[in-house]
Every structure is written in C-alpha cells, then in structure tokens.
Ligand binder design. Sequence first.
Ligand code: NAD
Ligand code: ZN
Length: 368
Amino acid sequence: MSNVLNTGIKNARNVMRYIYGVGTLDSLDDVLQERRNNTSDYAIYFIDSYFYGNNQLVEKLCINHFDFVVYVDTTVEPTTEYINSIRDDLAKQNKDKPVAIVGIGGGATLDTTKAISNLLNNPGYAEDYQGWDLVKSPGVYKIAIPTISGTGAEATRTCVMTNKKTGLKLGMNSDYTVFDQIILDPDLTKTVPRNQYFYTGMDAYVHCIESISGAYRNAVGDAFSDQTIKLCREIFFSEDMMDEDNRAKLMVASYLGGCAIATSYVGVVHPFSAGLSVVLGLHHCVANCITMRAMDQFYPDECQEFWQMVERQGVEIPKGVCKNLTNEQYDQLYASTVIHEKPLTNALGEGFKDILTRENVKEIFQRM
Ligand code: NAD
Ligand code: ZN
C-alpha cells in the first residue's frame, strides 16, 4: 500500500492470558487462588449493577470473607470523579491493597476496573493519567470477565473516562491498563436486551470498518479487523444474532476487534459519536449506531450493510436526536467532533476540516 501512514505504535501489547468457553466462569476461583498467599489476602470485584441480587452469578464467584464487592452503576459512563470516589472509599475501608481486581460486566465496568487498578498503585487522581503513557507503575493484577460483547474493552490498553470539569473524554492509554487475565464465557451474555446487544456488538464492526479503511495501518491490526468484520457479518446476517453459537462468536469478535483497534485508529464514526455522547449524554454504542444514519458519504458500502443487519435483526435505532437543537448545541457538537484529530486524519487526511466544515457537520448531525 502506498499511502500508508505510520501509527507510531511500536510495540503492541495484548492481554497476558485468556480462558475461553461456555462455563469457564468456574475457573475464576482457581485463577484467584494462585494470587492468594495468606488467608487474609483479598480480591475486589467490580460487578455491573445489573447483577445485583443475582445469586446464581454471585454463588459461582466463590467470594470469600475478606473479599470486597463494588457494584458499578452504568447509567452514566465512567467519569474521573466516579473513579476517584471509588478509590477514596476503598482507602477508607482499608481495602486498597487487594491481590487482584476482577471486573464483571460491559465496557463501563471493565473500564472502571482498569482505572481503579492503575490508580491504586499510582498517586494522584484519575484525570492525571488521561493521555498516553502517563501511568508510571503497573496496576494491581486485573481480570476481565465480559458480560456483553463488542467494545473490546477486555483487550485494549485504554479505559475511557470523562472529566466533567474539562469535558475531556479520554482514557489512561498505557500498557499497564491491559488486563493480565480475561475469562470469556459466552453464557454470561444470555440476558442482554436485544437492542443493547446489537448496539454494543456493532461497536466491534464499526471499530474495524473504520480502522481498515484508514491511512494509519498495521498489518497485524488489519488481520484482526478482517476476521472481526467476517464474524460480525456471520452473526448479524444470521437468523438470530443471540443464539448460542452467535453469542460465542461475538465474544471472540469483540476480543479480536479490541486487538485490532489497539494497533490502529478509528475513523469518522467515532468522533461524531463522541460528539453525541459529550453534548447529548448518549451512551457510546447507541451513539455509534445513530451516527451510522449519516455516514453514507464516508462509508457507503458499510452503511448499506449496517442497515441491512439492523433490518435482519429487527432492532431499533433512535432517530432524530439532533433535530431542533440550539445553535449553541450545534457549535458544541462541532467542537467535540473535530477535536478528534488523529481518527479524522486517519479517515480524511490532514485537511479534514475542509471537508468537515461547521455547516457540513451541522447538516450531518441533523440527518441523524
Ligand atoms: P455498558 O457497560 O454500559 O453496558 C450496557 C448495558 O448493558 C448496561 O445497562 C449494563 O447494565 C447492561 N448489561 C451488561 N451485561 C449484561 C447482561 N449480561 N445482561 C443484561 N444486561 C447487561 O456498555 P458497553 O456498551 O459494553 O460499553 C460502553 C462503554 O465502554 C462506554 O463507557 C465506552 O466509553 C467504553 N468503551 C471502552 C473501550 C475500551 O477500549 N476501553 C472501547 C469502546 C468503548
Ligand atoms: Zn467504540
């Protein structure tokens, strides 16, 4: 390829170990036993609050007397304030020296787990580490157990957080953010509501169509992207995206999609989607799907394919979310979209602002 740009990512890191298969949640206890040297050694579990009161899950976890559980509220995506407050609470309760941290949930819960792991072994506040390679010491040993598939948060070297004071939505991009162990048990995604399953699942597809059509490329990342897109097509063009085989496949696609994005950049969809999240508070994955209503000029074939998948699975994508906004809101949408220079350069070149003028951006949002 002649126009390929260097990603600047020199030495990619993947998760250290993975266990995959139906029922593998049962192996968590053994994995944790290896970390426990004294009877008082404890683990901290971050569990998606959807599972609060779900005894079936909790029984399987073999939580012991010294362990500690935090239920993660996912109504709002993680903020730096929220991360700091969890860390402070753990310190108050003398639970800030765990031998392991376990995250059980979706992207929001896994990102919370990663951020806390880093923050327990590094001084200061979550916002001090928003950026690239700012984390100085390895975090606490951490395990991811996804319960919804698509974001790839189980595989990546970031944990997305919003700093409400500055409006900055950025993760701790660091090798230390990568999980030490992941357990991929497709049984855990059975209960995800269909629309949510589609929105989050499509994050994997969108990451990979963006990265594979960009200018910054990595041959290993391309191979991960190819396979992720192939799996997504099989899943979302089949009769039931949530049957047992498809839930297993999507768990793999999510992981591979995360590996793909770890070596490359997203494109036009994510910056627009981020605008919707920052200005209108829409969650990441549904915001991507809404954005796909107006991406045909950038990704014509993929858009067509996306809407065929929506139809095939009979899911609902919200419509008209940017109608009747104030000029001030359109200005905020514009600012929070074009700020994503790296992905937009990846997709449209350095002159991306000539294509994404204020008027064009407004018109694109209005079509959503
Ligand atoms: P999420 O974690 O917010 O979960 C979505 C919803 O599904 C929640 O209501 C949750 O309670 C529910 N849920 C999860 N598992 C369930 C189950 N088994 N049964 C029933 N309900 C279940 O959402 P997500 O879409 O997985 O993740 C989005 C988040 O991930 C955003 O905060 C985004 O910024 C982040 N993200 C991170 C990365 C990364 O690389 N770290 C990449 C992409 C997105
Ligand atoms: Zn995404």
